[in-house]
Design a protein around this ligand. Structure first.
Ligand SMILES: Nc1nc2c(ncn2[C@@H]2O[C@H](COP(=O)(O)OP(=O)(O)OP(=O)(O)O)[C@@H](O)[C@H]2O)c(=O)[nH]1
Ligand SMILES: [Mg+2]
Length: 332
């Protein structure tokens, strides 16, 4: 075990005490996801993949009514709500009544910390029902909602590897342009897109998509929702060791040929961040919790004592302390 001068260790302890207090203050807060996208594109599957828990039922398509469906759930004592929006992006009979849907959204959704616009990567254009959904979201909420948005492209595995990069770029551009019509190009062009495939651990380029989805969702999350989200998920998140280049082994998990449409999402999939992703997560965490570390020595001291301190605290807060401490130990 490394030893530190008493000053660095004292600073590290102060840092961690401050962190415990801040996380305790956040523990009672909940976070809210708003899911938008056509029926059957994989909204429920993706949210289940990210949270490592079956929250929303998969595969019950064909909405016949326009509705707002909040699903309350909790992980590690942290409460959160997933708001599903059947009919928002679907051409169904009563869909003509946009005003009703707007009212439904305004009166039922008071907080959105992360918004997902979900679309299939193997679709080629932005459909008229998606355009309507984008308009309704923009009308119901302030443009700010798009600042917490992520475009999620599902069914990435359906796209041939040779067309994958182009498809992702092109589809992102088309959806951003549609959003830009309502909130301007500046907000629209900042919305990140992530390709996922809920039936595979990797996208056609061989990357593990779950860590990227996690990183982008967290980076875009409202300041209020970010810490509860971190505490709810931290058990499954792993940051790479300091400065070490992680040699990634791509484990290909074959999809069973005759898989049932409602096959449950694999649970407790670890979220393994690479160096770039860990840095984004660290910066976001520093920003929302207003954390600063004076120098590498203090950082190293934090890294050394965060684990034992976190273990002593326990629960969601303890887990977050261990994880955040590790992120700061990595700081150059
Ligand atoms: N191959 C593949 N199948 C997927 C993917 N995501 C979801 N599915 C399947 O597509 C079907 C619909 O998925 P859901 O997650 O229920 O989609 P949804 O958008 O929540 O659908 P609704 O709630 O009915 O609007 C299910 O059979 C899923 O198993 C994906 O990325 N790739
Ligand atoms: Mg669903």
């Amino acid at each position: 075990m490394e030893s530190f001068d008493s000053n660095s260790e004292k600073e590290a302890r102060n840092f961690l005490e401050d962190l415990i207090e801040k996380l305790q203050a956040q523990r009672g807060n909940k976070f809210v996801f708003l899911l938008a996208g056509r029926t059957g594109v994989g909204k429920s599957s993706t949210v289940n993949s990210l949270m490592g828990k079956e929250i929303a039922t998969v595969g019950d398509y064909e909405p016949t009514t326009m509705d707002i469906k909040p699903y309350d759930s909790d992980i590690n004592g942290i409460n959160f709500t997933i708001v599903d929006t059947p009919g928002l992006c679907d051409d169904i009979e009563e869909a003509g009544n946009d005003y009703q849907y707007l009212e439904l959204m305004r009166s039922n959704v008071s907080q959105v910390d992360s918004m997902w616009f979900v679309s299939r990567l193997d679709d080629t254009r932005v459909t008229s029902d998606e355009k309507r959904g984008i308009k309704l979201i923009s009308d119901a909420f302030k443009p700010k909602i798009w600042e917490h948005a992520v475009i999620v492209f599902t069914f990435a595995g359906n796209v041939d590897v040779s067309k994958y990069e182009f498809a992702l770029k092109k589809r992102t551009e088309l959806i951003r342009n549609e959003i830009a019509k309502h909130v301007g190009i500046k907000i629209a062009n900042n919305i990140p897109s992530v390709a996922v495939d809920n039936k595979s651990e990797t996208t056609p380029d061989g990357e593990k998509w779950l860590a990227e989805l996690y990183t982008q969702v967290y980076a875009r999350m409202s300041a209020k929702g970010a810490s509860p989200f971190l505490m709810a998920t931290v058990e499954r998140v792993k940051a790479p060791e300091k400065e070490k280049e992680v040699v990634k082994e791509v484990v290909y998990v074959p999809t069973p040929v005759a898989s049932l449409p409602s096959e449950p999402t694999p649970k407790y999939t670890p979220i393994e961040l690479n160096q770039r992703q860990a840095e984004i997560v660290r910066n976001k965490t520093s920003e929302v919790l207003e954390l600063t570390v004076a120098g590498a020595t203090v950082g190293a001291a934090i890294g050394a004592i965060a684990g034992p301190v976190g273990a002593a605290v326990g629960g969601a807060i303890g887990g977050a302390i261990g994880f955040i401490g590790g992120l700061f130990a990595r700081k150059k």
